[in-house]
Design a protein around this ligand. Structure first.
Ligand code: MLT
Length: 404
């Protein structure tokens, strides 16, 4: 008789955004007359930029001719895209990352879930609390997290680093020593950032204790302040302790197109073993690459026209963020984030849990957000709104909340 991977049975409930999606669909079905505005999951709403559409059309055309048709993509991704990334995202910022240290994928969600596979199940992970649930859930599936305490909503073998208003939503070094440290800045869900100096301290700490930082920089395009690092490789010594994850979803609207990448410097070694080589082995074995047409679309993001157009798109969403921040402050809410990130983190009204506030907003204002407790115990009594809606819907949602 076969056996299942019973680590899956340890997972409480369903994936956060699936649970919210179901709840909202049920509400919408029961109230067909209501216009529900979704500012929950961080999904973009603006169409792909013209330069990207043009690149997609061009690549589709190439696929229709024997001379230009492409089959399987190269293991690490096409050279043209990896070079564009290395030049624009790294060399232009003074980071020493070369094209052959970049692995193209179909998105940062998959990479952030899969990366743990190259590490021993004995490793102890440290995560921010609140945290993007994929980091923890995929470690649960791998059997790395111990037992779940349903009262505290924590795992016995996970080191939680609370990110609270008191510490500016920036984690302190944990009391226990971790092997793998997940950091995400600009942060999902709090929208908080980290300064370059503080990130340097994390890099020094990781090198000192022999840990790897898995640095999720999916929201770097939203950074507007000077001393906020766009990449962990802006820090000295990061090549020996950090893996960086990036996405095209939020900076260029690829949530439905799928494209991302992971950077593993060749200096990152466990003894004599190169993590780059391990990930290359995994990538080659389990993955056949993002489609050629999508990689060409990704290349277009770095063209002069593409850069201009996606910058405007990011500015559009950040204008929404400003509207939400200002509107909620006027309505008396305690709010943060939204300056270097497309997420606004607000405190639920006194006496309400995150889920109570979720239900309240859904029923009274027909606005969907994400309950903070879904991201971890320190998220309780908080709530996340995304700036990724259309401007009109964002204005309407905020005005409805203000009118409550
Ligand atoms: C979020 O809402 O946290 C993100 O959109 C989820 C994701 O990128 O997978």
């Amino acid at each position: 008789m076969y056996k299942i991977n019973d680590n899956y049975l340890k997972l409480p409930g369903s994936y956060l955004f699936s649970a919210i999606g179901r709840k909202v669909n049920e509400y919408a079905a029961a109230h067909p007359d209501k216009k529900v505005i979704r500012l929950g999951i961080g999904d973009v709403t603006q169409p792909l930029a013209p330069a990207i559409i043009e690149a997609l059309h061009g690549a589709v055309e190439e696929m229709g001719h024997a001379e230009t048709f492409r089959g399987y993509a190269p293991d690490l991704g096409y050279e043209f895209l990896r070079t564009a990334i290395a030049d624009n995202d790294y060399k232009a910022r003074g980071c020493e990352i070369s094209a052959d240290e970049i692995f193209i994928s179909d998105g940062a969600k998959c990479d952030s879930g899969n990366i743990q596979e190259i590490f021993s199940v004995d490793n102890r992970i440290a995560v921010c609390d609140p945290v993007y649930p994929v980091y923890v859930d995929t470690n649960v599936m791998a059997g790395r997290t111990g037992t779940y305490d349903p009262v505290k909503e924590t795992w016995s073998d996970v080191i939680y680093m609370p990110c609270t208003a008191e510490n500016g939503f920036s984690p302190e070094f944990p009391d226990k020593t971790p092997d793998l440290i997940y950091l995400c800045f600009p942060n999902n869900p709090t929208g908080a950032t980290i300064t370059r100096d503080r990130l340097q301290e994390w890099v020094d700490y990781a090198n000192r204790i022999g840990a790897v930082i898995i640095y999720d920089a999916a929201y770097e395009a939203y950074i507007s302040e000077e001393d906020v690092p766009h990449s962990i490789y802006e820090c000295e010594g990061a090549r020996t302790c950090a893996i960086e994850l990036r996405s095209f979803s939020k900076n260029a609207g690829f949530t439905g197109v799928r494209l991302g990448f992971t950077v593993i410097p060749k200096d990152l070694k466990c003894g004599e073993v190169s993590l780059h080589a391990l990930w290359a082995r995994r990538h080659g074995t389990k993955y056949n690459g993002a489609p050629y047409i999508v990689q060409r679309a990704g290349e277009a993001v770095y063209s002069p026209a593409g850069r201009e157009q996606v910058k405007k798109q990011v500015a559009y969403y950040m204008n929404n963020a400003r509207y939400i921040l200002t509107g909620l402050k006027e309505a008396g809410y305690t709010v943060s984030g939204g300056v270097n990130a497309p997420y606004i983190w607000l405190k639920a009204p006194a006496g309400m849990t995150s889920w109570e506030f979720f239900d309240y907003l859904l029923e009274k204002a027909n606005v969907v957000g994400t309950p903070g407790s879904g991201f971890g115990p320190s998220g309780e009594t908080y709530f996340r709104l995304t700036a990724f809606g259309s401007y009109e819907n964002t204005v309407e949602a905020v005005d409805r909340i203000k009118a409550l």
